[in-house]
Design a protein around this ligand. Structure first.
Ligand code: HEM
Length: 496
């Protein structure tokens, strides 16, 4: 009967959570669990793809990979929209960035320029390797100072500094030393933004609530104002000594693209049609900071937490490092191919604790469908990566941390054992920094593990693996004991 109904009436509405006027499905979402875990639970009752109402917005939750790929790849262009929300509009001057900007000619042009610039300063050149290694070296020196006096260490601030400096070098050709007031200010405002933006807070669901005093919105506006002042300063400095002949960094590349669009030199596009304003350039750089720092730092923090829980995994990576690299030189990007177990461990960390468990919401730009379900134009679509990465049909014991699942049967080559694995998304909106992030994860972790063994400090408990959900899924604070490894002393003379 169902089949008959489908063929006579076309695609069906997805099953919908109970919804009331005005508040929508809010009552079904009351739960102590974070949203990605709740959505995974709700699929038992409503099916893998279901609909809910957030205020007046229709939101489809996708919990399985075939539908996820249909949204992201097969119908990527149709689902390439982003929702406008109160908090992201404040952050991005009404969507003039890449991550939260809606799909348009301007957006496409921006993504193309930034992608090109990232390739030039990232994958395509040795300079990014030099930048990351310099930060890895500085990180190892700081850790070794603390280790020498037997301190229990919170690695988070040093990891954040290292990753922020990589992004600073990339965007502005500059970096910060520890304690720099500008840098400390940047950390403070970043935290304020992370704490307040895009958390599906009530004002994003019910925009009219903005008329009431709201402490989160006040904090967000304050932090964005500080960020904008800093970005404007860097932008003015770059404009002042810009030359068409030298491209020092991403900001130069953006300026050059803007100028050439204004002079109508670009073959396929002109400034009028793409509207490449100063705001767009500033927000794009803000995006790279926003999307590039918190994510990568968080993965590093998860990796260290899991390595402390699994000393056997740590020993196996160190054995691989000792046999393939030794202690006389630090790891290089060209070693990636010969360290499969480390790469498999990084993949497993990205699977078991995806930092963006719900990706960024997508929006259907026209009436369409997902599988047999009808999707109306304007519907928001949330891909629940958490469900994909913990799907029992796709992964053996998904809750188990097991890097071996990413190695082939000989244990020497890398594989991806299920298509239910999308830590960086895929398609038109795939993460722009995937290649950069992978380089950073590899170099930072290999440097750290070549030099130190990480464990729980005496009188401390193991890090919690549960996580705290905000813009990204973060581990709660924990401390580590870093023991210098034999051989580190030989390498030390070359590093600190
Ligand atoms: C391990 C670190 C990272 C992870 C796991 C990660 C993951 C993701 C994910 C899941 C998305 C959303 C895809 C979607 O909505 O379909 C995304 C978007 C994005 N990421 Fe990353 N990311 C990481 C690091 C970075 C870095 C280092 C940069 C910058 C250089 C970056 C820049 C972006 C941008 C600009 C977007 C928006 C793309 C768009 O909307 O078109 N990310 N990332």
């Amino acid at each position: 009967w169902q089949l008959k109904a489908k063929s006579s009436h076309g695609p069906q509405e997805p099953p919908c959570l109970p919804a009331l006027p005005l508040i929508g499905s809010l009552l079904s979402l009351q739960s102590p669990c974070p949203p990605h875990v709740l959505f995974k639970e709700l699929q038992k009752k409503y099916g893998e793809t279901f609909l809910m109402m957030m205020g007046s917005h229709r939101v489809i939750i996708v919990n399985q990979h075939a539908h996820a790929k249909e949204v992201l790849l097969k119908k990527g262009k149709i689902f390439a929209g982003r929702p406008r929300t109160v908090t992201t509009d404040i952050l991005t001057r009404d969507g003039k960035d890449i991550a939260f900007g809606d799909y348009s000619a301007t957006w496409r042009f921006h993504r193309k320029i930034v992608h090109g610039a990232l390739c030039m300063f990232g994958e395509g050149s040795a300079s990014i390797e030099r930048i990351i290694c310099a930060e890895a070296q500085s990180l190892c020196c700081s850790v070794s100072e603390a280790a020498a006096v037997g301190l229990a260490l919170d690695l988070a601030p040093e990891l954040t500094r290292a990753v922020t400096n990589v992004v600073c070098s990339l965007c502005f050709n500059s970096s910060y030393s520890r304690g720099d007031p500008e840098f400390e200010g940047m950390l403070r405002y970043s935290q304020g933004i992370v704490d307040t933006v895009a958390k599906d807070s009530l004002v994003d669901v019910f925009p009219w609530l903005q008329v009431f005093p709201n402490a989160d919105l006040r904090l967000l506006k304050h932090c964005v104002a500080i960020r904008d002042k800093l970005l404007q300063k860097k932008y003015d400095e770059h404009k002042a000594d810009y030359s068409d002949h030298v491209q020092r960094d991403l900001l130069d590349a953006l300026l050059r693209a803007k100028r050439s669009a204004e002079n109508n030199n670009t073959a396929d596009i002109n400034a009028e049609s793409v509207g490449l304003s100063d705001d767009h350039l500033l927000m794009t750089v803000g995006d790279i900071f926003g999307a590039g720092v918190e994510t990568t730092t968080t993965v590093l923090k998860w990796a260290v937490a899991y390595l402390i829980h699994h000393p056997d995994v740590q020993r196996r990576i160190q054995h691989e490092l000792d046999t393939k690299i030794g202690a006389d030189r630090p790891p290089r990007l060209s070693d990636r191919g010969s360290l499969p177990y480390l790469e498999a461990t990084i993949r497993e960390v990205l699977r078991i604790r995806p930092v963006a468990p719900l990706l960024i919401p997508h929006v259907a730009l026209s009436d369409t469908s997902i599988g047999d379900f009808r999707v109306k134009k304007g519907t928001r679509v949330i891909i629940n990566l958490w469900s994909l990465h913990h799907d029992e049909k796709e992964w053996n014991s998904p809750e188990l941390f097991d890097p071996d699942r990413f190695l082939d049967s000989e244990g020497t080559g890398l594989t991806i054992p299920s298509s239910s694995y999308l830590p960086f998304g895929t398609g038109i909106r795939v993460c722009l920094g995937e290649a950069l992030a992978k380089m950073e994860l590899f170099l930072f972790l290999s440097w750290i593990l070549q030099h130190f063994t990480l464990s729980v400090p005496p009188d401390h408990s193991l890090p919690s693996l549960e996580g705290k959900f905000g813009v990204v899924l973060q581990p709660t604070k924990y401390k580590v004991k870093a023991t210098p490894r034999p051989g580190w002393w030989r390498a030390k003379s070359q590093t600190c």
